[in-house]
Design a protein around this ligand. Structure first.
Ligand code: GDP
Length: 444
């Protein structure tokens, strides 16, 4: 996860500050020097770091902070505010038009940045918001890219418009818009060709599309793991093609976070979304405030709640709550909750957002055996509907059959059944818990 070591370093700086009752100017100076080092090591653009520490310093040595009751806390607040402002303060939304009017979004970026994956992720997000997206294969140089888009589009249940690799991208885009009009699709997402490096032809192609078609927003996809290179690529695109915003991919693999912290300040263009994994659901809207909170190790409970809401079907959630209250949940419910956790991006991504866990998430995640979860699922799927709703009927011969079906040892089936009974018992011992705070969304 991004920012691991930055978070750790900043937390150390703040720990020292908090342990002091009053702060001298010297204390603040030393702390800021450490913050500066931490940011530079996180690969944040050096000009950005300089400006950042200057702003914090100016605000922190003001009278109010030094004489306040808890100066350490105040400095942390200032760092937090400045981080938020560095990343653009406000969340930037896509310029989506209302009703049937078509919004055209053009995706640009270097090969391998994650463009084809991201455009499909975005299409899925738009679809879940009630939009009717159309994916368009404008990358005519790599037939494999067209196939990849088709595969991803199918997974998302979104149509992919393609004219093969013999037409030029402007004609394809024009035809796609006509197709969208005829089929009541209201967001057209153009997947354009990338190159290994910034190159004139690629820029020209994008410029041609923009000159011939009303593009509502050009989004640049950059790979967070390439750090300052990503920032430089973004700067070139801003200068040569003109972009409206950035989607930063592979944040899940970026331990430093320099690109996320520098892009807005260097290019003036906001980050709209971040890619957090290879799965098509791993795209998150970018909220500067929440990101700052994660960087400072304060967790991101808001995103967690939203993930839970997106994964949980309202009716399913209400049904589950009712069952939990009545203590009559069965293996079907067990399976549903496992699937919901998967939809939320698995245990790792949930741990990451919890306050206080921050950089320990990886250790915890390593302790959880994801394969064991898969085996549990296989066991439940090998049960008959009657066995799932009424686990009491599971005798030895049934358990043997289930074990064979799931390809596991019978001991594992026994363990699961026992575990299930224990959790049921445990819940019975906690009356009121499920009907009280825990059952509601505030339970997180
Ligand atoms: P393109 O050449 O820009 O179209 O890139 P692709 O969409 O083919 O992606 C290149 C590789 O990056 C693929 O293996 C993707 O699965 C992977 N990828 C894309 N986005 C993410 C992300 O947010 N996280 C991770 N871990 N991998 C990603």
């Amino acid at each position: 996860m991004a920012f691991e070591s930055l978070t750790e370093k900043l937390q150390n700086v703040f720990k020292k500050l908090r342990s002091k009752g009053r702060l001298t100017e010297e204390d603040v100076k030393i702390a800021l020097k450490e913050v500066k080092m931490a940011l530079l090591e996180a690969d944040v653009n050096f000009k950005v770091v300089k400006q950042f520490t200057k702003s914090v310093q100016e605000r922190a040595v003001g009278q109010d902070v030094m004489n306040g009751l808890n100066p350490g806390q105040m400095v942390i607040k200032i760092v937090n505010d400045e981080l938020v402002s560095l990343m653009g303060s406000e969340t930037t939304e896509l310029p989506l038009k209302q009703g049937n009017e078509i919004t055209v979004l053009m995706m640009a970026g270097l090969q391998g940045a994650g463009k084809t994956t991201t455009v499909a992720k975005l299409a899925g997000k738009l679809k879940s918001k009630g939009k009717r997206p159309l994916l368009v294969a404008c990358d005519v140089y790599r037939p494999a890219a067209i196939t990849q888009l088709q595969v991803n589009g199918e997974k998302q249940g979104v149509e992919v418009f393609s004219m093969g690799d013999k037409q030029n991208p402007v004609d394809i885009a024009k035809a796609a818009i006509e197709h969208a009009k005829a089929n009541q699709q209201n967001v057209v997402l153009l997947d354009t060709a990338g190159r290994l490096h910034v190159d004139e032809n690629m820029m020209q192609e994008l410029a041609d599309i923009k000159a011939n078609i009303q593009v509502d927003a050009t989004l640049l996809i950059v790979d967070a793991m390439t750090g300052q290179d990503a920032v430089n690529v973004a700067k070139t695109f801003v200068d040569k093609v003109g972009i409206d915003g950035v989607i930063l991919t592979k944040m899940d693999g970026d331990t430093r976070g320099g690109a996320a912290l520098s892009i807005k300040a260097v290019t003036g263009k906001p980050i709209l979304y971040v890619g957090m994994g290879e799965k098509l659901s791993d795209l998150e809207q970018f909220y500067p405030e929440r990101m700052a909170s994660r960087i400072l190790g304060m967790g991101d409970v808001m995103s967690l709640i939203e993930k839970a809401e997106a994964a949980l079907d309202q009716d399913q959630a209400a049904e589950m709550q009712k069952k939990l209250k009545k203590m009559d949940f069965d293996f079907n419910d067990y399976l549903t909750s496992m699937e919901q956790m998967n939809k939320m991006g698995g245990i790792g991504s949930i741990l990451n957002m919890l306050p206080g866990i921050g950089n320990k998430a990886k250790d915890l995640e390593d302790m959880i055996d994801e394969k064991a979860l898969d085996r549990t699922k296989a066991i439940i799927l090998s049960m008959t509907p009657a066995e799932r709703t009424n686990p009491g009927i599971l005798n030895v011969s049934r358990k043997n059959r289930i074990a064979r079906g799931a390809g596991v040892d019978i001991a594992e089936v026994n363990r699961l059944v026992k575990q299930f009974e224990q959790s049921k018992k445990l819940m019975k011992q906690m009356p009121g818990m499920m009907g009280g705070k825990m059952g509601k969304r505030g339970g997180f």
